[in-house]
Design a protein around this ligand. Sequence first.
Ligand code: 6PG
Length: 247
Amino acid sequence: MAATDSARDIRILETAEEVARAAADYFIETADKSISAQGRFSVALAGGSTPRRTYQLLASEEYRNRLPWSKVHIFFGDERSVPATHADSNYRMAEEAMISRLPIPEPNVHRIIGDGDAVANASLYEGELKAFFDGAIWPRLNLVLLGMGDDGHTASLFPGTEALNETRAWVVANWVEKLKTYRITLTAPAINHAANIVFLVAGAGKAERLAEVLKGAHNPRQLPSQLIQPVSGSLVLLVDKAAAARL
Ligand code: 6PG
């Protein structure tokens, strides 16, 4: 049974499996509405480990026949500086869990190129988004899925990094000193112009940081997840009991 914090749509679910299922249901509902209204559905997938189960569910017998996948456009919120075949690739994770198991036309899969020149790859991806959202000042993705790291980062918006100051670009190559690597990521303004944003947060390891992000002082330089505030859209947090332990 989900408990909801009315001010901010925080839905606390018993288990990580229930979080995954609630995210899959939200994906289907939002896609349905978008396809009816616009003839297509654009979603930016989250990376990391938490969303994998949601992607597996969407490709399962239970969910796969609920959408005309030919109208679904898959984007990514961020990517690591690795090839698409690498174990750390967000694309590979989503491809194995979902994309390869659904009839999504290849041109509808808008992958971030991770290997090679990160700055060039970021600008390439921004170009692809700008072509898709022809002439828009900011992209209006129908849905953005996000995770939260135990340091409070989301997408690849890490504490103390340059990308946190971005006010114009849609996509940047963000140098993450603590990982000694570039990450390619949507910027906070690009995410915040989405119609629907959903955080998936599970596990006791996230409890302390999640409480800080939601109840602590506003300090987005140290807690970048606090930067996520939709301009004119909805924000839902799907959280399991373990991660909500300090709320
Ligand atoms: C990434 C993600 C990142 C992720 C968090 C949480 O590329 O790693 O986009 O923002 O969502 O790190 O990761 P977990 O789900 O693995 O805890």
